[in-house]
Design a protein around this ligand. Structure first.
Ligand SMILES: Cc1ncc(COP(=O)(O)O)c(C=O)c1O
Length: 467
């Protein structure tokens, strides 16, 4: 959540429009919308609706938002189910046992998709998104490490977590909030994510685990999970250190099972202790639902689990929140039922095809250098070629915004802060048609930008984009 301070009161009036106050036009004279304090009296539901609705016209069009990984298109039937479940609290397992049952089914489906060797042993839950799921995955790693250290009579006060500098901000949060040293591997040259050798070089007896990302938020590339696992096997053979991997599959854990079946990145690797994904990304559900699964009970220390009432008995839960909407979980189950594995394959393949096709066309335009081409996540990043001096990626981002397209520009982390890119996330609903319209707009503005004397945007700090 953005943290807000009360803004200074604005001078202009926030009175209602007489048309909006429907059968009580005079109300418009008295009504002031609550920008700082509540208006004294209630207003009619229709009036309140219209005023809030009108304010929201200022938001961008979510379908033209190529910055977000989060679902912006679902069928009306899914919307209907979600509205029907808007009053259901996910934690009230006893009151809403069937919603709890749908959550259980979703966990089973994911265990199967992620090739759990013993699906019955898998333990998992829904969350508000991948951030919460990553926190839970990280907490389990930390507690397991601390338990093992204490039983060996060793100190457990200096935990560290090994990961690439390209990780999403939720891992920085995890390390900050739970006081774990973040051992981040900088990106270097053309290596834009974690490598096995670099990961292993940072592991020691205080390492709680290694995070491998499928795929990287920065450029959509998959990290080499199997290579990292093999390097950790070799480390164990050399030193006895037995380290687990948490796969942050926020996006890729819902792409790879359908499009990259031969890629071994999941519970087939014995070192993979836990995996998270965002149901609200390529799980194709509106925000906010995420998932985290542990391969077995050993991977999730029992003391982290709390029990809630369920049909007169107890149901184990592990979560940061208590109350949470049930609607997204229901919508996830709807998507699993609606698409089946073949439907998911077709939808994800279509996103990848659109991403690859668009990346190829942008590469041919001339001034752009591709960093990735949409062939892993349906996401690609590109920058301007070194010889392009008239404009930069921040100019392109700003000019695209004039046509409604939201395409973030940002710089890479250490040691490639010199590299700034644009990133396009292709999602369900971004059709070839829309991709064509986007490409036409981009091609139209390139000659204009090329005729600038110099870049108009400053680069560093010019983008308010947060990963
Ligand atoms: C790799 C990765 N991990 C975690 C997250 C956080 O996910 P959420 O927005 O579902 O909390 C993201 C979001 O983009 C991500 O790309």
């Amino acid at each position: 959540m953005a943290l807000h301070h009360p803004a200074p009161e604005r001078a202009h009036s926030h009175r209602g429009n007489p048309i909006h106050t429907v059968d009580e036009p005079a109300l418009a004279e008295r009504l002031s919308v609550p920008t700082h304090r509540l208006y004294e009296q209630p207003v009619a539901a229709e009036v309140a609706y219209q005023l809030v609705h009108d304010e929201l016209m200022l938001d961008g069009n979510s379908r033209l938002n190529l910055a977000t990984f989060v679902t912006t298109f679902m069928e009306p039937q899914a919307g209907r189910l979600m509205a029907e479940c808007a009053d259901k609290n996910m934690i009230d397992k006893d009151e809403y046992p069937q919603t709890a049952e749908l959550e259980r089914r979703c966990v089973s489906v994911l265990a199967d998709l992620w090739n759990a060797p013993e699906p019955k042993g898998v333990i998992g839950c829904s969350t508000t998104g991948s951030s919460e799921a990553c926190m839970l995955g990280g907490l389990a790693l930390k507690r397991r490490w601390a338990n093992a250290r204490r039983s060996a009579g060793e100190p457990a006060d200096r935990p560290n977590l090994v990961m690439g500098a390209n990780v999403q901000i939720c891992w920085e949060k995890f390390c900050n909030y739970w006081e774990v040293e973040a051992r981040t591997v900088p990106v270097e040259g053309d290596r834009f994510h974690l490598s096995a050798d670099e990961a292993v070089a940072r592991c020691d007896e205080n390492t709680i685990g290694v995070v491998a990302v499928l795929g990287s938020t920065l450029d959509g590339s998959y990290e080499p999970v199997a290579e990292i696992a093999a390097a950790l096997d070799a480390l164990q053979a050399r030193t006895g250190l037995d380290l687990s991997i948490h796969v942050d599959g926020a996006s890729g854990a819902m792409i790879a099972p359908f499009l990259d079946r031969d890629l071994v990145w999941d519970f087939r690797l014995p070192r993979v202790a836990s995996i998270n994904t965002s149901g609200h990304k390529y799980g194709l559900v509106y925000p906010g639902v995420g998932w985290v699964l542990w391969r077995d009970h050993e991977a999730l220390p029992q003391e982290l689990v709390f029990n809630v009432n369920y049909l007169g008995g107890n149901m184990p839960t592990f979560a940061l929140n208590f109350s949470r909407p049930g609607a997204e979980v229901v919508a996830q189950y709807y998507m699993f039922l609606r698409l089946g594995s073949e439907g998911f394959r077709v939808v994800q393949q279509s996103s990848r095809d659109v991403a690859k096709g668009l990346a190829d066309k942008i590469a041919e335009l001339g001034p752009f250098q591709m960093i990735t081409r949409g062939d892993e996540l349906p996401v690609f990043a590109f920058t301007t070629k070194v010889e392009v001096e008239a404009f930069n990626v921040y100019d392109v981002s700003r000019r695209l915004r004039e046509r409604g397209w939201q395409v973030p520009a940002y710089s890479f982390p250490a040691n490639r802060e010199d590299l700034s890119v644009l990133r396009v996330v292709v999602r369900n609903g971004f059709s070839e048609d829309l991709a064509g319209a986007f490409f036409d707009d981009l091609s139209r503005l390139v000659p204009e930008l090329a005729s600038q004397p110099r870049p108009a945007e400053g680069g560093e700090g010019a983008s308010a984009f947060h990963h």
